[in-house]
Structures are given as structure tokens and as C-alpha cells.
Ligand binder design. Structure first.
Ligand SMILES: Cc1cc2nc3c(=O)[nH]c(=O)nc-3n(C[C@H](O)[C@H](O)[C@H](O)COP(=O)(O)OP(=O)(O)OC[C@H]3O[C@@H](n4cnc5c(N)ncnc54)[C@H](O)[C@@H]3O)c2cc1C
Length: 412
């Protein structure tokens, strides 16, 4: 495998870095999961869009830069290196859009994609329901046929919709054939949240942010297919929504949502923090940390905690390993191999890595670690990583059955 970047890729990196250095807002924006923070993040999203950076890998006609997947990876790396804001448009651009490219009609691509990259339409994800989380095929929200009006009437309740309180549109699964078995008879709908019959009720999270929402649908009309995209529609075939949803979840669990640059940037900050906290006059007591350049050998700490330092090194290695693993993923994609169920491996790895990075930082800071502050806030959010995008227990089931080919539920 050739791990060197070409001249044009290096030039692309320099161009991205220069723009980001000039434009990333300072001080950092408040959380995009608060009403005020979300509004500020939208300004940032629109600035990205003006330069074709909001969706770099998309065709120019949809607001992108036609970047190839290697360039996309470079952009992501530079984005996180620059400490740029969280992407409040991610559920649309990174999750829904790949499924629109794959399953959407030309009319749907032409309508939804430019509005998505320009942060005009803001999408949230409507999978979970009060009685359907891990068991996504158990969704009870219904789609009833309306032959006269030429469309569907949606009813039910979605919950845990990230930033649903601030978004304009929802994508989600609804049961369109109540007689069909579980994974069959589901349809993937695109729903404007200002349609008559939709009620969005925002609620707070434990960490104080307020972007979660419950979405109630009461006889909400959505037209057939791509008949009138401004009023919503059906993505993919009626009753075949499970396959479309699995494509979306593959993006959510895999590389698209969590590129390696995010974790490498966190690992670099962790190393800087460790240098600040343990760097100083004295001896390191033989702690093997020089290899990753944590501490200048002539300026070693008086009493570093070897356990904390080991955790820093482990987490740093984890971030490097994730990058190398994802380079393999990208090579596969370039050669036409979709990761499919293997994206569950990524999801387990990145979610556990995120916790390890933040926990290592808190251990380096030690007792009296700030109760608030970026590392604590990051740690609290990292703790939700093994839950969202499908819990890690479920991902381990998928890996066991669909990647390793082990028998289901202990059956042989
Ligand atoms: C920060 C955050 C953001 C989220 N954003 C969204 C969003 O935007 N849109 C959306 O639709 N949802 C969202 N969710 C919801 C998330 O997808 C669900 O919480 C998740 O799928 C688990 O579902 P549940 O909470 O109903 O737990 P349950 O499914 O009730 O699971 C409870 C526990 O049982 C375990 N379990 C269940 N079934 C099995 C099994 N077969 N084998 C082994 N263990 C099992 C689970 O792993 C879990 O530990 C979000 C969640 C979080 C934390």
C-alpha cells in the first residue's frame, strides 16, 4: 500500500488548510445542540457552502467540489485539525444524502441535494420510537395509502431525534404494509416538519443541551415518490424501505460519519495536554513515552502517573490504527467494494476510541478535573457513542453473524 500523497492531493490539502485557518470562527462556537448555537452553526455551514466545502465530494451542480474520496479524507483531516465547528447538517449531508445518491430519482436529487448542501433544508433522523430502538424493524409508525390524493398518510411517534427541535425535515421508516413480516412492508419517507399534522416537541439532554426532540405525526400527508418533492416523498420503492435504511445506517456507522481526522485531532490535543500537565523539570522514572514524542527527554516530568501515560499512548495508537484501518476501507470503496456490515466494526472501534481518548485526558488532568470544560463535555458526549447509531451490543451481534458468519442466537 502506498501511503504517500500525490502532488495534487498535497496541493488540495494546502488549499483547505489555508481557507480553514482564515475562516474557522474563534472563539469556538457554543454547542450546535442549543438554539443559539445552532443558529451560529448555520452561518458557518453557509460559509462552507459558499466555497463548496459543505459537501466537498458532491458534484458541483449540487453544491460540492467534485472531490474524490481521498480528497474528502484530506478535507476531513484538515477540518478537525483546524478545530472547526461540529457539522449540524451531518444527518442530511453524511447520512441521508448517500442514500439519495443511491436510491433517489433524478427529480429528488435535483430538489433535495442543493438545498441540503446550502443548509436550506435541515434534516433529522426518524428511526427510533418509544418501543423501537435496537429493534428498528419493530417500528409502529404507520403509512396508510391515500389513493384519492395520490400519496400516504403518516401517523405515529419518533423519538431521540437529534437536533429535531431545530431541523426542517425528517427522514424515517414507516410501516406501509401491516400484514407483511417485520423487515418487509416498511417504506422510507422524506417529511417536511412544517407539514400539517406534525408536532415537534423538543426536550433537554442530561448534559444540558436541548436539541433532542420527539416528533408526533397525526395523519400527515406525503405525496407519492417524487411527485412533489417540496412536500416530501418516498425514497426508494414502497415496502422496500429496509434496504434503503440499511444503506443509511452503513453511512452512520462507518467512515462517512466518523472520519479518522476527528480522532487524530483529539489524540493530538491529548498529547499536548499531557505535555502541559506532566512536562517540566525532573525525571520521568523510565516511563516509555518518548516514542510518541510526549515529553522532551531533557525536560521530563517529576512524577508522571505511568498508568495515565499508558492510557494516553494506547488512545493515541488507537487513533493511528483507526486511520490505517479506514485507509483500507477507502481503498475498498475506490475499487468498488462497499463495507456493508463491516461498518459495524468501525462503529465499535470509533465509539470506544472516543471514550478512551477523553477518559485518558481526564486521568491526566487528575482529581479536580474541571467539571465543565471541553474534555469533560467531550467525555460526556463520548459516553453516548456506544448507544447512538445502533448500540455496540447490536453491532457485535451484526459482526458475529454477518461478518464472521457465526450462528444466530447460539443456534448451530
Ligand atoms: C446521543 C444520541 C443521539 C441519538 N440520535 C438519534 C436520532 O437522531 N434519531 C434516532 O432515530 N435515534 C437516535 N438515537 C437513539 C438511538 O438510536 C437508540 O437509543 C439506540 O438505537 C438504542 O435504542 P433504545 O434506546 O430504544 O434501547 P433498547 O433498544 O431498548 O436497548 C436497551 C439495551 O438493551 C440492549 N439490547 C437490545 N436488544 C439487544 C439484542 N438483541 N442483543 C443484545 N443486546 C440488546 C441494547 O444494546 C441496550 O444496551 C440517539 C441516541 C443517542 C444516545
Amino acid at each position: 500500500m502506498d501511503l504517500t500523497w500525490s502532488e495534487s492531493e498535497t496541493a488540495f490539502r494546502a488549499e483547505c488548510r489555508e481557507w480553514l485557518e482564515l475562516h474557522v470562527p474563534t472563539p469556538a462556537l457554543p454547542s450546535g445542540d442549543t438554539a443559539d448555537g445552532f443558529a451560529l452553526h448555520l452561518d458557518w455551514e453557509r460559509a462552507l457552502h459558499a466555497e463548496g466545502y459543505s459537501a466537498v465530494s458532491w458534484p458541483e451542480e449540487y453544491g460540492g467540489r467534485d472531490a474524490n474520496i481521498w480528497q474528502w479524507l484530506i478535507f476531513e483531516d484538515e477540518y478537525y485539525r483546524a478545530g472547526a465547528p461540529q457539522r449540524v447538517t451531518q444527518n442530511g449531508i453524511f447520512l441521508l444524502a448517500p442514500s439519495i445518491f443511491e436510491f433517489g430519482t433524478q427529480a429528488q436529487k435535483d430538489w433535495y441535494l442543493p438545498r441540503m448542501s446550502a443548509a436550506v433544508d435541515l434534516w433529522c433522523q426518524g428511526w427510533s420510537e418509544p418501543n423501537a430502538g435496537s429493534d428498528l424493524a419493530g417500528v409502529a409508525s404507520k403509512a396508510a395509502r391515500d389513493e384519492v390524493a395520490g400519496g400516504w398518510r403518516l401517523s405515529g411517534q419518533k423519538t431521540w431525534t437529534t437536533r429535531g427541535a431545530f431541523c426542517t425535515h425528517l427522514f424515517g421508516l414507516f410501516r406501509s404494509d401491516p400484514t407483511a413480516e417485520r423487515h418487509h412492508g416498511l417504506t422510507y419517507f422524506l417529511v417536511p416538519l412544517d407539514a400539517p399534522g406534525v408536532t415537534v416537541r423538543g426536550f433537554g439532554r442530561l448534559d444540558g443541551d436541548e436539541g433532542f426532540a420527539e416528533v408526533f405525526l397525526d395523519d400527515v400527508f406525503v405525496p407519492d415518490g417524487d411527485a412533489d418533492p417540496a412536500r416530501g416523498g418516498v425514497l426508494g420503492e414502497v415496502d422496500k424501505g429496509w434496504g434503503v435504511a440499511m444503506a443509511t445506517t452503513s453511512s452512520e456507522r462507518g467512515l462517512t460519519l466518523r472520519s479518522p481526522g476527528r480522532f487524530q485531532a483529539t489524540a493530538r490535543r491529548l498529547v499536548e495536554l499531557t505535555r502541559e500537565r506532566v512536562g517540566g523539570a525532573g525525571g520521568a522514572g523510565g516511563v516509555p513515552i518518548d516514542a510518541v514524542g510526549l515529553v522532551d527527554p531533557v525536560d521530563q516530568p517529576a512524577a508522571p502517573d505511568p498508568v495515565a501515560i499508558d492510557a494516553v499512548i494506547d488512545a493515541w495508537i488507537g487513533a493511528e490504527a483507526y486511520e490505517l484501518y479506514t485507509l483500507g476501507d477507502v481503498t475498498g470503496l475506490v475499487e468498488g467494494r462497499s463495507p456493508g456490515a463491516r461498518s459495524s466494526l468501525n462503529k465499535i472501534f470509533w465509539s470506544e476510541l472516543d471514550i478512551a481518548l477523553h477518559r485518558a485526558a481526564l486521568d491526566v488532568i487528575g482529581p479536580g478535573a474541571e467539571a465543565v470544560g471541553p474534555w469533560m463535555t467531550g467525555y460526556q458526549f463520548a459516553l453516548s457513542g456506544p448507544i447512538y447509531a445502533g448500540t455496540n451490543e447490536i453491532q457485535r451481534n451484526i459482526v458475529a453473524e454477518r461478518v464472521l458468519g457465526l450462528p444466530r442466537d447460539g443456534k448451530r
